[in-house]
Design a protein around this ligand. Structure first.
Ligand code: GTP
Ligand code: MN
Ligand code: MN
Length: 619
C-alpha cells in the first residue's frame, strides 16, 4: 500500500493525529486499500455499491440493502462501555476494563479487513459552529461501503471538519470492522461480536456487524454513549436519546420547543414528523429538529437550557409508516430523496419496496417479491405467503429508512442554527398498556429527574429481547448509558439546575390499552399535539389541571379537542389516576432505584414524596 500520510494529504486531510490513527488501525486490520470520504463521494459510492450488488435500485434515487439475517438490530448484551476507572461501572452500562477490551478487539480486528477497502470518514456530529463542536468531531474507519452511504446521510461528512484544529487530537477515533458475519456465532455462547466504547480514550471499537445501530459509529456510539460520557466528564452538557420539536402558535407568533426521550421504537421519529390535526392546522405548525439524539447545555447568554440535534439525517423505523400514520416520513423518503432502505421487502423486477403497515394488506401479486432475508415469497407454502403471523413478516420488524434531514418536509427553517433552541419542556414517555395516563406535568426538578429515571416501557423489536415485557429504561438511555446512574442523576440535577428558567417536565403515554379488547385508548400520532399544547398552556398558567400524586393531569375540558374523533369514554380513562396500580409501581421503582449506587438524596426524597402521596390517595 502506498504511504498513508501521502494518501490522506492528497485527499485533502492534513491532520497529523488522524494520519497516525489511520496508520495504526490499518496496520491492525490490514485492508488492501484506503480511501478518504467526503459527502461529495455519495453518487460514486452508490454506483459502486449497485455494481457490486451490495445495494439495489428501488426507484428514482432510492436504494435498498439487506443486512445479514442474524444482524438486524442492536445487540445490548454484546455492547460494552470500557474505561480505566472501575467506579464508572453502572447498572446498565456493561462496564469493562479499557485495556482488556482493547486487547480483545485488536485480536478480533487483526487482519479482518484483508481484501477490503478501509474507508476513512471524517465527520461532525453537530451543526457547524456549535459551541459543542469540539465534542462532535470524529473519524470512522469502516470496511463496509454501505455503512459509508449511511454515514453520509446521518452525519456531516468531509475532510474540512478535521483539518486545522487547535488541538489536532480532539476527535473521536471510531473503528468499525464488519467481520465474517457468517461465522461469528451470533446469539450463541461463542458470540464473537463486541461493540465497545472506550470512553475515557474517546475510542470506539465495533466488531461483528454491518447493521446501522451497531455500525454507524457517529450516531449511537459517539452521539449518545461517548457524548454522554464527555458531557458528564467536562460537566458541560447532556446527551440523550431525545427527539426535539418546535411548536409554532401562529396566533401568538411564538414557537415553543419541546424535547424528550422515549425508548427505541416508542414514537420519537413519529412525533418529530407530526402534522397538526387538520382542525388545528391553521393555528399551529410542528417543526422537526431531531428525532433521536439531543445535546443539552445551558447557554451563558441567557442562562436557558438549549437543545441541539447533532445528526444530519433520520434512521427511522419503516414498520407502519404510511400516508396516514406519517405522511411527513413518506414525503421524506419519496423518489429522488436518495433514501437508503434496510431489511424491508423488495421486488427486484418492479423495484418496489413494501413493509408491514405500508398498505393495509400485502401486495396482491406476490410474484417476484423477496422478504427481508432475500427469500422469494412465492417459495413459501401458500398459507404463509400473505400471513400476518409473527415470523412470517415480509419486512423485518426493525427495518429502517435512512434519509437526510433536508428531505423532511417539516424540517425547521433554522435546524442548522449552531446554538440550538431554548427548551420549554422535557418529556418522557414509553409504551405502557395501563396505569400511565396520557400526560402528567411535573414542575419540580428532582421529581422530573426521578420521573425520567423511572421511565418504563414494554420491550420492543429495536433491540434484541422479548417484545411486550415491561422494563425500566432511565431517560430512554438504558442501551446507551456510559457511566453510573447515580452520577447520571447528579449530572442532570447539575445541568438543568443551573438554568435561569427551568423547563417543565412531563410524562406522556400514547399506548394505554383497553383492558378488555386491547385497543389503543388514544388515537395517537397527530392527536399527540393536543397533549403537548395542554402542557404548554399549563406551563404558561392558562390551565390548572388536576393535581395527583404523580403530577398534574389535564381535565378533558382543558384539552383542545377541536376536530377530535376519539372516544370520550376512552379519553376519561387515560386522564384518570389509579392509586392501586401506582402503589404497586412505586414498590417496583424502589427496587429499580436501589440498583443505582450513589443516587443523589434529592432523587430518593422525590421517590419518598411520590410514594407517600400515592399511599395517602389509596386511603
Ligand atoms: P428509534 O428510532 O428506535 O429510537 O424509535 P422511535 O422512538 O423513533 O420510534 P418510532 O417513532 O419509529 O415509532 C415506533 C413505532 O411506534 C412505529 O411502529 C409507530 O407506528 C408506532 N407509533 C408511533 N407513534 C405512535 C402513536 O402515537 N400511537 C401508536 N399507537 N403508535 C405509535
Ligand atoms: Mn433511537
Ligand atoms: Mn426513530
Amino acid at each position: 500500500m502506498e504511504n498513508i500520510s501521502t494518501l490522506l494529504q492528497e485527499a485533502g486531510l492534513n491532520n497529523p493525529s488522524v494520519t497516525s490513527y489511520v496508520e495504526k488501525w490499518a496496520s491492525i486490520t490490514q485492508p488492501d486499500r484506503i480511501e478518504v470520504i467526503s459527502a461529495a463521494d455519495d453518487e460514486r459510492l452508490v454506483q459502486e455499491g449497485l455494481a457490486a450488488g451490495e445495494i439495489f435500485p428501488a426507484g428514482d434515487q432510492l436504494y435498498y440493502s439487506r443486512s445479514y439475517y442474524k444482524d438486524t438490530a442492536r445487540s445490548e448484551e454484546r455492547t460494552v462501555v470500557a474505561t480505566h476507572r472501575p467506579t464508572d461501572k453502572g447498572a446498565y452500562n456493561n462496564w469493562r476494563d479499557a485495556d482488556e477490551v482493547t486487547a480483545v478487539q485488536v485480536e478480533h480486528m487483526r487482519g479482518a479487513s484483508r481484501g477490503k477497502t478501509m474507508y476513512v470518514i471524517p465527520y461532525l456530529m453537530a451543526p457547524v459552529g456549535s459551541p459543542l463542536e469540539k465534542w462532535a468531531r470524529g473519524v470512522e474507519l469502516t470496511d463496509n461501503r454501505t455503512v459509508v452511504l449511511h454515514m453520509i446521510r446521518m452525519a456531516r461528512v468531509g475532510v474540512e471538519y478535521l483539518n486545522n484544529l487547535d488541538n489536532p487530537d480532539e476527535f473521536v477515533k471510531a473503528v468499525h470492522v464488519t467481520g465474517d458475519l457468517e461465522n461469528l456465532g451470533q446469539g450463541t455462547e461463542d458470540d464473537k461480536r463486541l461493540f465497545a466504547t472506550v470512553a475515557d480514550e474517546r475510542t470506539i471499537l465495533h466488531f461483528g456487524s454491518s447493521y446501522g445501530g451497531n455500525a454507524l459509529l457517529g450516531k449511537i456510539a459517539h452521539g449518545l454513549r461517548q457524548a454522554a460520557y464527555d458531557g458528564w466528564d467536562s460537566k458541560e452538557f447532556l446527551s440523550e436519546q431525545f427527539m426535539l420539536i418546535g411548536i409554532k402558535d401562529k396566533e401568538k407568533d411564538h414557537t415553543y420547543y419541546i424535547c424528550g426521550g422515549f425508548p427505541s421504537a416508542s414514537g420519537k421519529t413519529n412525533l418529530a414528523m407530526m402534522l397538526p390535526p387538520d382542525a388545528l392546522g391553521d393555528r399551529y405548525e410542528v417543526y422537526f429538529y431531531g428525532d433521536d439524539i439531543v445535546w443539552l447545555r445551558v447557554d451563558p447568554r441567557d442562562g436557558r437550557v438549549y437543545g441541539m440535534n447533532p445528526e444530519f439525517g433520520a434512521f427511522g423505523v419503516a414498520k407502519d409508516t404510511n400516508e396516514i400514520s406519517n405522511p411527513t416520513a413518506i414525503e421524506a423518503i419519496k423518489p429522488g430523496s436518495r433514501t437508503l432502505f434496510t431489511n424491508v421487502a423488495y421486488n427486484p423486477t418492479t423495484q418496489e419496496l413494501w413493509w408491514e403497515g405500508r398498505t393495509p394488506t400485502h401486495p396482491e401479486d406476490v410474484t417476484g417479491w423477496l422478504d427481508w432475508r432475500g427469500e422469494l415469497i412465492s417459495d413459501r407454502p401458500a398459507e404463509r405467503q400473505r400471513s400476518t403471523d409473527k415470523g412470517d413478516e415480509w419486512a423485518h420488524p426493525n427495518s429502517r429508512f435512512t434519509t437526510t434531514l433536508a428531505n423532511v418536509p417539516n424540517i425547521a427553517p433554522d435546524y442548522e442554527e449552531p446554538q440550538g433552541v431554548p427548551i420549554d419542556a422535557i418529556i418522557f414517555g414509553g409504551r405502557v398498556r395501563d396505569r400511565e395516563p396520557l400526560i402528567r406535568a411535573i414542575a419540580d426538578l428532582a421529581e422530573g429527574v426521578y420521573d425520567g429515571l423511572t421511565l418504563g416501557a414494554e420491550a420492543t423489536f429495536a433491540a434484541e429481547g422479548k417484545e411486550g415485557v415491561l422494563r425500566y429504561d432511565p431517560m430512554s438511555m438504558r442501551p446507551f448509558m456510559s457511566y453510573s446512574e447515580g452520577e447520571y442523576a447528579r449530572h442532570w440535577l447539575r445541568i438543568i439546575g443551573a438554568a435561569s428558567e427551568q423547563p417543565i417536565f412531563a410524562h406522556v403515554n400514547w399506548f394505554q390499552r383497553d383492558s378488555e379488547d386491547g385497543h389503543f385508548l388514544w388515537p395517537g400520532y397527530r392527536d399527540n399535539l393536543r397533549a403537548l399544547l395542554w402542557l404548554l398552556d399549563f406551563k404558561e398558567g392558562r390551565v390548572t389541571g388536576t393535581q395527583t400524586p404523580v403530577g398534574v393531569i389535564p381535565t378533558p375540558e382543558e384539552l383542545n379537542l377541536e376536530g377530535f374523533d376519539g372516544s370520550r369514554k376512552d379519553l376519561e380513562a387515560i386522564l384518570s389516576f389509579d392509586a392501586a396500580q401506582w402503589e404497586r409501581e412505586c414498590a417496583h421503582r424502589e427496587e429499580h432505584l436501589a440498583q443505582f449506587e450513589g443516587l443523589p438524596e434529592e432523587i430518593w426524597e422525590a421517590h419518598r414524596r411520590v410514594t407517600e402521596a400515592v399511599k395517602a390517595a389509596r386511603k
